[in-house]
Design a protein around this ligand. Structure first.
Ligand SMILES: Cc1cc2nc3c(=O)[nH]c(=O)nc-3n(C[C@H](O)[C@H](O)[C@H](O)COP(=O)(O)OP(=O)(O)OC[C@H]3O[C@@H](n4cnc5c(N)ncnc54)[C@H](O)[C@@H]3O)c2cc1C
Length: 409
């Protein structure tokens, strides 16, 4: 199957049929978005699924996922993946306070010029902790899944496979393990210490600084549910990208970001000033609202990719998903949707009734192929939103169309 076909298959909108059950106890390390979705996929193929998460779930950003205080947008691909996993997800999330953001209510600006609408896709706008709580609620409603607050400290192996998980204060036998501990996962260290190959990690420096404010949404307000303003390098404001979205509890979340030593909007006064003077009118109108709390900052030093698919000496019954595999430049908002695609890869892998006595090379091969004028805008959006494989952009018809469009200016 070509990567394009694999991608299309992973985006199937139908709820997967459960089974076969090939695992007794599956343990997921990390209960953030990737871990929760992996648990959903595993629930169809394991007698019991246990999610080990170091943080107590609660409202707001958690220490283990500090990025939660920053603007997070769930791309159409993520939403499209969530619906089959949890039928009725969108409806329930909206009833609880999330805001639907169809294309006509999203604005995208490039250096101040409003872009035409590309693909007619839906997004869902909310804070990340809210979205995570929604996913968690659906996941815990599954009869064979439970979540335990525990910090994982290591793994145990036989000669060929992972056999148990160690955590502070205990251990748990496991016959399938998913690493969803995010970009700082220590799985590589544990593998190396136990004599296995460690996945090579590539880092790409980004040095991206986020500043975020939450504002009350009251009275007459801009119509946009979500919006983004992209800026070319050298913009005098220092802004690389700005994002706005309506979130639960009648609030706006607005984020400004800048590269290297640019930290646009790091005080409330500067934040409001930049929204009014350096960004499209919607940002200024939103900044006129009452700011709730101060400015929250976040620095993202690098993108990271761990190449599991290259490993030869790797234990069986072990896979990794989400940021533990690929942590992107957050400006493109792809991380949670990619985590959802990884869960679909896991489902696809387990559905084939794989030989669990050998390393999950087939899973990592699947995962690898998933990471990667108006018609052009639509096709481009579908790739950026992780709805189709990037190779579709190299189709001759698309290339000819874009050359002609560029010639026409
Ligand atoms: C500033 C910023 C903005 C972003 N914006 C977007 C966006 O708009 N849209 C989008 O889709 N994505 C966005 N992302 C990416 C997104 O946050 C992640 O891709 C997504 O949360 C999936 O991450 P994950 O579950 O793999 O890892 P994480 O969210 O990092 O979670 C890892 C989990 O593992 C737990 N853990 C770690 N170690 C242990 C241990 N030893 N024992 C037990 N538990 C452990 C942690 O507590 C945590 O819960 C953004 C990221 C950043 C940094």
């Amino acid at each position: 199957m070509s990567p394009v076909e694999v991608f299309a298959r992973l985006s199937d909108p139908r709820t997967p049929v459960a089974g076969p059950v090939v695992v007794k106890t599956a343990v997921v390390l990390g209960g953030s978005v990737a871990g929760l979705l992996a648990a959903r996929a595993l629930a169809d193929h394991a007698e019991e699924v246990v999610v080990l998460e170091r943080d107590d779930p609660g409202p707001g950003a958690r220490p283990g996922a500090p990025q939660g205080a920053q603007t997070h947008v769930l791309l159409p691909a993520g939403l499209r993946q969530l619906e089959p996993w949890f039928p009725g997800f969108t409806e329930k999330a909206v009833a609880a306070g999330a805001r639907p953001a169809p294309a006509r209510l999203r604005s995208t600006y490039s250096d101040g010029v409003r872009k035409i609408v590309g693909s007619d896709t839906d997004m869902l706008s909310s804070s990340r902790p809210f979205l995570e709580a929604q996913i968690r609620e659906h996941m815990l409603a599954l009869p064979n899944v439970r979540s335990v607050v525990a910090r994982v400290t290591g793994l145990e192996f036989s000669d060929t496979a992972v056999t148990a998980v160690q955590y502070e204060g205990g251990r748990m036998e496991a016959d399938f393990v998913v690493d969803a501990m995010g970009r700082s996962s220590r799985l590589g260290d544990w593998l190396r210490t136990a004599g296995w190959e460690q996945p090579p990690m590539t880092r790409m420096r980004i040095d991206l600084n986020y500043t975020t404010a939450v504002l009350r949404r009251a009275g007459e307000q801009p119509e946009a549910r979500a919006g983004v303003s992209m800026h070319s390098p050298g913009d005098p404001s220092g802004i690389a990208a700005a994002a706005l979205c309506q979130i639960e509890d009648d609030q706006w979340m607005v984020t400004l970001s800048g590269y290297l030593d640019q930290r646009p909007g790091s005080t409330p006064e500067e934040f409001v000033h930049l929204c009014r003077t350096a960004l499209p009118g919607e940002f200024g109108a939103i900044a006129a609202n009452e700011m709730l709390g101060g400015i929250t900052t976040y620095r993202h030093a690098d993108s990271r990719r761990r190449d599991f698919h290259r490993l030869r000496r790797f234990p069986a019954r072990l896979v990794a998903t989400g940021d533990a595999v690929a942590s992107f430049n957050p400006i493109y908002g792809q991380g949670m949707s990619c985590a959802a695609l990884h869960a679909s890869c896991l489902s696809e892998y387990l559905r084939t009734g794989p030989d669990l006595a050998v390393p999950a090379h087939a899973f990592f091969a699947l995962q690898r192929s998933s990471v990667f004028e108006p018609e052009i805008a639509r096709r481009f959006d579908e790739v950026a939103y992780l709805l189709t494989h990037p190779a579709t952009l190299a189709r001759p018809g698309t290339l000819v169309r874009s050359i002609l469009a560029n010639r026409r200016g």
